[in-house]
Design a protein around this ligand. Sequence first.
Ligand code: UDX
Length: 444
Amino acid sequence: MSERISVFGTGYLGATHAAGMAELGHEVIGVDVDAAKIERLSRGEVPFFEPGLPELLRRHVESGRLRFTTDAAEAAAFADIHFIGVGTPQVKNGYGADMTYVDAVIETLAPMLDGPAVILGKSTVPVGTAQRLAERVRELAPVGDGAQLGWNPEFLREGFAVEDTLRPDRLVLGVDPANPGRIEEIARRVYAQALERDTPFVVTDLATSELVKVSANAFLATKISFINAVAEVCEATGADVKDLADAIGHDARIGRKFLGAGLGFGGGCLPKDIRAFMARAGELGVDQALTFLREVDTVNMRRRQHVVDLAASEVGGSLNGARVAVLGAAFKPDSDDVRDSPALDVAGTLHLRGAQVRVHDPEAMDNAARIWPTLDFLPTAEDAVREADLVIVATEWKEFRELDPETVGRAVSHKRIIDARNCLPEQAWIDAGWTYRGMGRHSA
Ligand code: UDX
C-alpha cells in the first residue's frame, strides 16, 4: 500500500531515505532549509557521492513519486508520516550532540499537524531525546494526541546507503509504551516489503531504540580500536595483525568484519557518536560505564600520528621539504565524505610539518579542498605520485588497491610506500623493489 511520506533533512541519510521510500512505492516529499540543495535534488541531482543513489533519485523525481521543497507547510499538508533525518553533529565546544536541527524540525512541523500524523525520528540522538520530543509534539500539535512520535534509528553505511535502506538487516522501532498509538501499525505499513522478507523487527521503548544506535556504533568503534591496539603490539614484536585478525575472526563469536587494522575510523558517525555517548553518560551520572570509550577514541587518534611518524622516519627523519603523495582523502572508499577523515588528517598534518603534499582522491577532492585549501590536489593518482619521495595509501579505493607497482615505481623518486589501510598486495610491491610498510604487519 502506498503511503504519503515526508522526510525532513536531505543529507546522506534523508536524501537516501526519501529516494528509498519512493522505490518502495510510497509518495514522498523531501524537505530541507537549504534552497540550493532542494533545487539540485528537484532536478534529480544528488549533491554528494553515493553509489546507486543518482539513478534511484532521477527515476522517482521523473515518475513524480518523489519531490522536494523548502516549505514545511507543504510537507505537513501532504504527508501523514514524517521522518526526521537531519544531522546531529558534535557541538563546537564539547563532546555532546548538537540538537539544534532536530529541535527545529519539531518546532516547525508540530504546530502544523492538524490531522492524525506519525513522526518517526531517524537521526542519532542522545538517549532521552525522543521522550522529550514526544511530549513537545503533544503540546504543539493542534491535533494533540493525534500526533505521535516514535524512534526508528537508521543503520545505513555510506557507500552502501541504498542497499541498507532498501534491504536493511534489521528494523528497530521505539514507542512510548504508555502511549503506543498507531505508530507500530504505521511503521509496519511503511516497511511492509522488508517485513515480508522476514527482516528482524525489534519493537521496544523509546530510550532503548535510541541506545541501540549509539551502542551499535560504539561497538563497531571498539572493535576497530581493539585491533588497532593489537596492531601496536604486533609492531613492537614483529607479529602480523592481518594473520591474527584472520585467525581470531574465524571464531564466529568474534567475526572478521571490522577487524581491519589501519588508519582507524573517521566519518560523520563513529567519532561523534562515541563522544556524544560519553557526554550523555556523564549527564546521567554513569560516566564510569563508558570511560573505556575515551581509550577507544585515543587508540584511534594515535593511528593517525603513527602514520605521520612512520612517514617522517621513512624519509630520513624530517618531513620538511619531503615530497609525499597521499592517495585518498575520503574517510572511507566509495564516499566523498571527508568529515573527520583520517586520510585528510594525515595529509594536513604532513603539510603542517613541512612536507610537500600531493593528494588525489577519486571523489572527495572538492570537499577536501574546502577544508584544506592549501593542499595540492591532483587530478589523477599518476599525477600525485610523480617524483614522490614517499607514497601513502590512506583510503582503500579500488583504483589504489589495483595500482601497478611497476608503473608507479617508474614515476616516483623513491620507491617507498606506506599502506595505511593494509589494502595492497604486499608481495607484488616488494617484488617490484618497493620498501613496503603496512600497519601492524611483519613489514611495519
Ligand atoms: C557507520 C556504521 O557502520 C553505520 O551502521 C551507521 O549507520 C553510521 O556509521 P559509516 O560511517 O558509513 O557507517 O562507515 P563504516 O563503514 O562503519 O566505517 C567507519 C570508519 O571505520 C571508516 O573510516 C572506515 O575506514 C573505518 N574502518 C572500518 C576501519 O578502520 N576498519 C574496519 O575494519 C572497518
